[in-house]
Write a protein that binds this ligand. Structure first.
Ligand code: R5P
Length: 310
């Protein structure tokens, strides 16, 4: 078994390597002067079970290209089996046609990864579970509950908790977490009552006097979370926190979150945190290295991964 990390999130790759007590196989990944990507695996991988770790996060296109070219290098280096370990699968939000003459980019990216030589994919909290079906190779889609739940149980012991989905699309994820925590569930329904009028946030469920935990897969601009937090406060929530898997946090997101009614945003290290994120008291990062490391170990040993979530 060989473990290699791309450049998108080296600290996560190193943490997974430490968890598995398996040194990273070195790869020389560089750019030519015109920014073409070049990958050279620095050790023999012939006949090996290889795991290549790369989130397709910002800069999404560069990181995706690096992943594809690494797959090709591994295939041509005669690896026995190649697993693309993609903690954050970018382009996942483009999973359906949103209008006439628009792409389904998540499907295109799935095709590219398969064509480049991946035998299987190990990813985490896909925006929509159905994206697994965009691949004709096995996809393991890890859920992050084993990382969030222990902290929530300790930090909020004795509190009247309510898990909240910030939109209708996230209800399945929020319900699953509420079930594990044996807590209440609420849903925010965003509606534009009439064309030209601003969106109204309807909170479905009783949040008065409760500690609300907003749960989502992605925080990007922060708009969804901040508006949801305000709606919950308006409905009498005692405090509002957010647990979100992938901290895309583009543009002014960190400042927006710091200025919002959110007590704290907890994210994972599926995407490498910037210095602004790391230094913000409003943001806490939990590591998914042991979860991904364990899934890698089980894949290699042909053992169950779903058993991790029972
Ligand atoms: C959307 O369906 C996703 O689950 C997130 O709610 C969304 O991507 C968050 O984006 P933003 O932070 O820009 O509102």
């Amino acid at each position: 078994m060989k473990l290699i990390t791309g450049n998108s999130n080296r600290p996560l790759g190193e943490a997974i390597s430490a968890y598995l007590d398996l040194p990273l196989t070195q790869a020389n990944i560089k750019r030519f002067s015109d920014m073409e990507v070049f990958v050279e695996i620095m050790d023999n991988i012939r006949g090996e079970d290889v795991f290549f770790i790369q989130s397709t996060s910002y800069p999404a296109n560069d990181n995706l290209m690096e992943l594809l070219i690494a797959m090709d290098a591994l295939k041509r280096g005669s690896a026995r089996r190649i697993t693309a370990v993609i903690p954050y699968f970018g382009y996942a939000r483009q999973d359906r046609k949103t209008g006439g003459r628009t792409p389904i980019s998540a499907k295109l990216v799935a095709d590219l990864i398969t064509a480049s030589g991946a035998d299987r994919v190990l990813t985490m909290e896909l925006h929509a579970g159905q994206i697994q079906g965009f691949f004709n190779i096995p996809v393991d889609n890890l859920i992050v509950a084993p990382v969030f739940v222990p902290q929530i149980k300790t930090k909020f012991a004795g509190e009247d908790l309510c898990i909240v989905s910030p939109d209708v699309g996230g209800v399945v994820r929020a319900r699953a977490l509420a079930k594990r925590l044996d807590s209440d569930l609420a849903i925010i329904d965003k509606r534009r009552e009439r064309a030209g009028e601003s969106e109204v946030m309807h909170v479905i469920g009783d949040v008065k006097g409760k500690v609300c935990l907003l749960v989502d897969d992605i925080v990007d601009s922060g708009g969804t979370l901040c508006n949801a937090a305000q709606a919950l406060k308006d409905q009498g929530a005692k405090k509002v926190y957010a647990y979100v898997v992938h901290g895309v946090l583009s543009g002014e997101a960190v400042a927006r979150i710091s200025a919002s009614p959110l007590e704290k945003l907890v994210i994972t290290d599926s995407i490498l945190a910037t210095e602004t994120m790391r230094s913000s008291p409003a943001i806490e990062v939990l590591t998914v290295a042991p979860l991904i490391g364990e899934a890698i170990r089980r894949t290699s040993e042909e053992r169950s991964i779903s058993a991790l979530f029972r």
